[in-house]
Design a binder for this molecule. Structure first.
Ligand code: CA
Length: 337
């Protein structure tokens, strides 16, 4: 009997079978147009003998595309003979959001990366989080979750891991995976993660988790695709899973190691209006420097309201949309280690 709160997601995929399986997770979704319907979420398992299991995931946020492109290509390209161990690939984790080109699911307004550890008896997004947390992550020795800025943000590409601050072994594994990924920038997030994040699920399960931001603006960034593709293959090689040399993976560039801390790294819009930025992505800024100005196009006599950076740092993220509401993030910084 399936008890309330258990996962009702099922699959024909046999996680213990050798070889390559490309199938679906079936999330029962009973609605007027389909009484016995399911949400069919793609999943691939590629297995060859004994070795570590790696979870590769994209589409945690549906409008973050570089990782989704990399993961669907990897599902087609990677064969069992290329690996030792097992690779589980989930290219569109929150499928309804990904198909809608939206950050959150149109079915339940669910943000998968604010839904962990999930709820087997919840709405679809919370059910997906629960399945990842209780079924997939416990099978794994490492977890890559590829993000970008989505529709509203634009990022300088970087890999990132969240420090636990208390589990030195887990932090060391995650940092080694981040360095193996070999992105141009690598960020150690020192602020404690919101416990609804996938990263926090990784911490609770004691599985090294690598996130990162590889583009944004609701588009597909060419550099972001090659960084995620090459980085994913380098991590698989680092963990001893990728044994072939048939993929031409360039050596990693010298990464710029940075940190991302608490609220003072972020700049928020103070009022609703039209935001005129004063800096570019990649600019080094000082505390108190002008970040931008909120203008009031419906009230042109009113002076614009300036917004300032609250600490020194490098501008790694900027808001993409011009219009802002109070509390919108218009930029955030990272600092050199
Ligand atoms: Ca994201």
């Amino acid at each position: 009997m399936i008890k309330s709160g258990d996962s009702t997601i099922w699959t024909e995929i046999d996680f213990d079978r050798q070889g390559k399986q490309v199938g679906r997770l079936h999330l029962p979704y009973s609605v007027t147009r389909s009484a016995y319907g399911n949400i069919d979420i793609p999943l691939a398992v590629i297995a060859n003998g004994a070795g570590p299991t790696i979870l590769l995931m994209a589409g945690n946020h549906g409008d973050e595309y570089e990782g989704q492109v990399t993961m669907v290509r990897l599902i087609r390209d990677l064969e069992p003979a290329d690996i030792q161990g097992r690779v589980i690939v989930m290219p569109a984790a929150n499928l309804p959001a990904a198909m809608a080109g939206a950050r959150v699911s149109p079915l339940d307004a669910g943000n998968l990366n604010r839904a962990f550890p999930g709820n087997g008896g919840g709405t679809p997004t919370w059910q997906i989080a629960h399945y990842i947390d209780t079924v997939l992550v416990p099978k794994c020795d490492a977890w890559l979750d590829l993000h970008s800025g989505g529709s509203s943000l634009h990022y300088l590409p970087f890999a990132a891991y969240y420090q636990t601050g208390e589990d030195a072994a887990l932090d060391g594994q995650a940092e080694a995976i981040m360095r193996a990924f070999g992105a141009p920038r690598s960020v150690r997030v020192t602020a404690a993660p919101d416990d609804r994040l996938a990263a926090a699920s990784g911490h609770r399960r004691k599985i090294p988790y690598l996130g990162g931001e590889y583009g944004g603006t609701g588009s597909v960034d060419l550099d972001g695709v090659s960084i995620t593709r090459d980085g994913t293959l380098r991590v698989l090689a680092h963990l001893g899973v990728l044994t072939t040399t048939r993929f031409a993976v360039p050596p990693p560039v010298q990464t710029r190691l940075m940190e991302l801390g608490g609220h003072d790294y972020y700049v928020l819009a103070p009022e609703a209006g039209l935001f005129e930025p004063a800096t570019r992505l990649g600019d080094s800024v000082r505390r108190g420097q002008l970040c931008g100005t909120v203008h009031f196009i419906d009230n042109p006599e009113r002076p614009g309201v300036p917004v300032h950076f609250r600490r020194d740092g490098l501008v790694v993220c900027k808001r993409h949309f011009g219009r802002v509401e109070p509390g919108d993030c218009v930029a955030h910084l990272a600092t050199d280690v």
